[in-house]
Unconditional design. Structure first.
Length: 348
């Protein structure tokens, strides 16, 4: 190309920028890539390293002042401050100390809690409390009031830490975020603990129940039951060569994922498992519930142990290995991709 033409083009591009225009031809292949090219990168956060930061927050700010005392896991592939672990998903570690309450509010973002450590804390949703134990998966559906609390030290309270998974970046991209603070710190309770589970948790639903909400009415899925299911299946069934034994949490009223924007899974890998390689167009956040092993994501290899958190970007090859019997919890943006006809998977 002549320098003359080069200069004319660059002058022209400058004029375009000033007119709020841009040429497609300089970015076509980035905008319409042959396959996903995520900006996020495979990353692991070692719980051993995270925990001291989380506990330190407990000395510097109360849950009440913070409203939510959370450290956000930020993907290093995105600019600092992006508050995103993937392009669509958020992850944070929330700490509630004995005697504290994280005040009631509601927002359009859907949230999941996966309990990492500590017993006895509770989350209240839609007039009902649920007590949280390690390994439990708990939902706070879009636009439902929710508050969290922890019994006082005298009542046996201990620090409780859980993983928050939210669709914050997705809702931000859609400019669909609304939020409100409640007038009281603790919402009014009008159901006994266990009501939702009794209504929807036993493969039965109230006879005239009308499905009006895409989110599961079971807002707590206890670890005991998920673990038991995986244990039974591992001993009775040929395991999947890619996933081990992997189950998806469902909304029993629709059969779909428990939340409309995020799917959640629990899987069991037997000791010595060497999984085959898969890739998928959903981006997935994993946390280790039990066991030890190794995961290969793209060009990265991470050793994992309990409570570590790692992230697999869209379309990067993933391969799981377990040294000991291993349980993984994971969440992804799969239902969104699936609804839009964009879910692709490849199992090598
Ligand atoms: O517990 O409601 O990690 O609103 C981020 C935003 C937790 C919560 C987060 C939230 C919450």
């Amino acid at each position: 190309m002549t320098t003359d033409l080069q200069e004319k083009r660059s002058e022209y591009y400058q004029q375009l920028t000033e007119a709020n225009l841009a040429p497609l031809w300089t970015s076509l292949h980035t905008l319409v890539p042959p396959h996903p090219r995520p900006r996020i990168v495979p990353t692991i956060w070692k719980y051993k390293e995270l925990r001291p930061y989380v506990m330190h927050a407990g000395e510097l700010i109360t849950a009440k002042e913070a409203v939510r005392r959370v450290l956000i896991l930020e993907n290093p592939g995105l600019p600092a401050g992006s508050a995103s672990i993937t392009s669509t998903l958020y992850a944070g570690l929330q700490l509630i100390l004995p005697g504290e309450i994280a005040p009631s509010h509601r927002h359009t973002q859907s949230a999941l809690r996966f309990v990492m450590e500590g017993h006895g804390a509770w989350t209240a949703v839609n007039g009902e409390k649920t007590t949280m134990s390690p390994g439990d998966f708990i939902i706070t559906p879009s636009w439902n009031w929710h508050d969290h609390g922890n019994p006082s030290l005298e009542n046996g309270g201990e620090p409780v830490i859980w993983l928050d998974g939210l669709d914050i970046p997705l809702i931000q991209m859609l400019d669909a975020g609304f939020a409100e603070d409640n007038v009281q710190d603790e919402q009014e309770l009008f159901k006994q603990e266990g009501f939702s589970y009794a209504s929807f948790g036993y493969n039965m639903i109230p006879v005239r129940h009308e499905v009006k909400d895409p989110t599961s009415p079971i807002f707590s899925y206890p670890y005991e039951r998920s673990r038991e299911a995986l244990y039974q299946l591992l001993r009775q069934e040929a395991i999947d060569e890619w996933d081990g034994v992997k189950l998806k949490y469902i909304n029993p009223t629709t059969g779909g994922s428990a939340m409309p924007t995020m799917a959640t899974f629990m899987q069991l890998l037997p000791a010595g498992f060497k999984g085959r390689t898969y890739r998928s167009s959903d981006s997935t956040v994993y946390t280790v519930v039990e066991g030890k092993g190794k995961v290969k994501i793209g060009d990265s290899v991470f050793e994992f142990e309990p409570k570590d958190i790692f992230v697999a970007p869209s379309w990067q090859p993933v391969q799981l290995e377990a040294d000991e019997e291993t349980v993984l919890f994971s969440y992804s943006d799969r239902p969104v991709l699936s609804q839009l006809g964009l879910l692709r998977e490849k199992r090598d």
